[in-house]
Design a protein around this ligand. Sequence first.
Ligand code: COA
Length: 140
Amino acid sequence: MGAQIREMVLADYEAVVALWKSTPGVDIRPVTDSREGIERLLARNPGLSVVAVNDGELVGCALASHDGRRGFLQHVVVAPELRGQGLARAMIGTCLERLRQHHLGMVHLDVVVDNESAMAFWQKAGWHRVDTLTRLSLAL
Ligand SMILES: CC(C)(COP(=O)(O)OP(=O)(O)OC[C@H]1O[C@@H](n2cnc3c(N)ncnc32)[C@H](O)[C@@H]1OP(=O)(O)O)[C@@H](O)C(=O)NCCC(=O)NCCS
């Protein structure tokens, strides 16, 4: 049986974090990626984040959210043994379909600068690098 894509729920948290931790290039944040942080994300963005489940095992996830103007994708990961089967494309497609219902102009995502594989993946999927903007951040 192929993997299934479904809405992420808080009960997925431990398996999702285990997948992130086992994936080089995923930057796990202490506040926003804590259980409470993910609970807040899911509550503020109902139905937007998804997971992929194969034979009862969580093998993929994609966090999606929006602020009313822009959408965001974060922590898109597929377990190594399930890569190359269209799972990321399916998860992202589901996220984008749901984000489109919120009348947003754009969807953004961050790629760690040396994650060339991820950059190649996103560009192949039609995402473009924004060279006219520099992201500024301040810790709260
Ligand atoms: C990037 C990642 C999510 C892709 O997952 P995946 O399930 O293997 O991707 P898919 O099978 O859905 O691939 C969709 C398409 O992208 C292509 N693709 C997949 N990985 C690619 C890569 N690293 N570089 C270029 N193209 C890639 C596939 O060949 C496929 O092409 P097609 O449309 O011609 O068939 C997965 O490799 C991963 O988890 N990487 C580590 C975590 C990571 O870096 N995430 C991104 C954070 S910004």
